[in-house]
Design a protein around this ligand. Structure first.
Ligand SMILES: *Cc1c(COP(=O)(O)O)cnc(C)c1O
Length: 385
C-alpha cells in the first residue's frame, strides 16, 4: 500500500494582519506602571500629538474607532434626520453607516477610473440637482480607498463652489499624499482608523482630525459623555463613549515609530506584484496619478476576462484560497447593498465594474519572502508564466 502524501499544512497568508514594531509594549507598560488605565492619559495625549504632527492637520482627537470619528464629524456638522449627506459608493459600509445613525439620507456617488474614488463629475451633477431641489447636503464624504488618494483638488473645488464641508475618510490612507500634503488633512474633518487590518493598528481605534481647535475640543467633549463643567454630573448635550483607551493609545505611539517602514513594506508588495504580473494580458494595476503618493495599504488588480483567456477574478481568488491564501473582491458599492439600495445614486457603472472585476491581494507588511513565493507560485501556474 502506498503511503498517502503528507497533506500540506500551510499556514494562512492574510490580506493584512497586525504588525508590531517593538516599542508598543513599553508604552503599554507605562500605562500600567502609572495606573493610567483609562480613556485618557499621557499615551492618548502623546498619540494625538504624533498624529497631528505626522498628518499636518491642526489638531487630532483619539477615538474608539474610525466609525465613531465619522459619527462625531457629522454630528458637529449638524446633520439632522432627513438631511442629505453625499458619500462615495465604493467603500466599506462604515463610511455610510453614521449617516444612517443620524436618520439622514445618504446620496451615493460613483467612482472615476484614475483612483477608483469619488468622481468629481458625478459629485457636481449630484450637487447641482440637490441644490436645485432645495436639498443642499450637509457634508461630502470622499474616501481614499486602499491608500490611493481621491481626486481632492477637483472634489474640493466643487465642494467650495456649492459651500458644502468635506469629511475625508482617510481610514485606509495614513501616510498617503497629494503633492506633499497628507491625506486626512484636506477636509474640514479627516478621519483615521487603527483597526487590526489597517496599515498601523491599536487593535481597534480611530481619530478625528481638523484644523479647527474648537471643533476637536468639542469632539473630545462629546466623546466623553458630554459632561458640562460642574462638580456633579451635568449634561446639556447628548454624549457618547467614544474616547480611545490610554492602553491602546500606547500601542498607537509604538506603531507611529514604524509607520514610514510600514509604508515602504506595503509599497514593496505592490512592486512585487507589478513585476510578477505586469506583463500578463488582462491584469491591470492602479498607478499613481502625477503628484499622488499611495501608502499601498492593499495591492489591488483588475481582471479583464476578455484578455486573460477566460480567467476570472473568482478563479484567481479560489486558486489562492485552495493554498490557504486570503484575497478578497473590492468593496461592494453601497448603492448595490440591500440595506442602502433605495437611496439616491449619481453616476454610471464604474464602481460596479470595479467590484465585478477587482481583487485585493495579500498585502501585509509582515509578509515573508516565503509567503510571496507561495502567492507567486499560484499566480504563475494560473497564467503559465
Ligand atoms: C476601516 C474603515 C473605516 C472604519 O474604521 P473602524 O475603525 O473600523 O471603525 C471607515 N472607512 C473605511 C474606508 C475603512 O476602511
Amino acid at each position: 500500500m502506498n503511503p498517502q502524501p503528507p497533506t500540506p499544512n500551510l499556514s494562512r497568508i492574510w490580506l493584512s494582519s497586525p504588525h508590531m514594531g517593538g516599542a508598543e509594549q513599553s508604552f503599554v507598560k507605562d500605562a500600567f506602571d502609572t495606573n493610567w488605565v483609562a480613556p485618557l492619559g499621557p499615551n492618548v495625549d502623546g498619540f494625538e500629538r504624533d498624529l497631528q504632527q505626522y498628518t499636518g492637520a491642526g489638531h487630532a482627537a483619539a477615538l474608539s474607532s474610525g466609525t465613531a470619528a465619522i459619527h462625531l464629524a457629522l454630528i458637529m456638522l449638524d446633520v439632522q434626520p432627513g438631511d442629505y449627506v453625499i458619500c462615495q459608493s465604493l467603500t466599506f459600509s462604515a463610511t455610510a453607516n453614521p449617516i444612517a445613525y443620524l436618520g439622514a439620507i445618504p446620496v451615493f456617488i460613483d467612482s472615476e477610473p484614475q483612483t477608483w474614488n469619488m468622481s468629481p463629475t458625478a459629485l457636481e451633477t449630484a450637487l447641482k440637482k440637490l441644490t436645485a431641489k432645495g436639498q443642499k447636503p450637509k457634508a461630502i464624504i470622499p474616501v481614499h480607498l486602499y491608500g490611493m488618494p481621491a481626486m481632492m483638488p477637483g472634489i474640493m473645488a466643487i465642494a467650495e463652489k456649492y459651500d458644502v464641508p468635506i469629511v475625508e475618510d482617510a481610514a485606509e490612507a495614513l501616510g498617503s499624499e497629494i503633492s506633499g500634503r497628507r491625506c486626512g488633512a484636506f477636509g474640514k474633518f479627516g478621519i483615521l482608523s487603527f483597526n487590526g487590518n489597517k496599515i498601523i493598528t491599536t487593535s481597534g481605534g480611530g481619530a478625528l482630525l481638523s484644523d479647527d481647535e474648537a471643533l476637536i475640543q468639542k469632539a473630545r467633549f462629546l466623546a466623553t459623555q458630554a459632561r458640562d463643567p460642574a462638580p456633579h454630573y451635568q449634561h446639556s448635550h447628548i454624549g457618547y463613549n467614544y474616547r480611545m483607551s490610554n492602553v491602546l493609545a500606547g500601542i498607537g505611539r509604538g506603531q507611529m515609530q514604524v509607520l514610514p517602514q510600514r509604508i515602504q513594506q506595503r509599497r514593496a508588495n505592490y512592486d512585487f506584484y507589478t513585476q510578477l504580473l505586469g506583463d500578463v494580458p488582462g491584469i491591470s494595476f492602479l498607478p499613481e496619478p502625477q503628484g499622488f503618493f499611495s501608502n499601498r495599504w492593499l495591492t489591488t488588480i483588475l481582471v479583464d476576462t476578455n484578455k486573460t483567456g477566460g480567467i476570472t477574478r473568482e478563479d484567481i481568488r479560489l486558486a489562492l484560497e485552495a493554498q490557504n491564501i486570503e484575497s478578497r473582491p473590492l468593496w461592494k458599492p453601497m448603492h448595490l447593498q440591500p440595506v442602502f439600495q433605495h437611496h439616491p445614486y449619481y453616476g454610471g457603472k464604474e464602481a460596479e465594474k470595479l467590484f465585478d472585476n477587482g481583487l485585493c491581494l495579500p498585502s501585509g507588511s509582515n509578509m515573508t519572502d516565503e509567503d510571496r513565493l507561495r502567492v507567486a507560485e499560484v499566480l504563475l501556474k494560473m497564467f503559465e508564466i
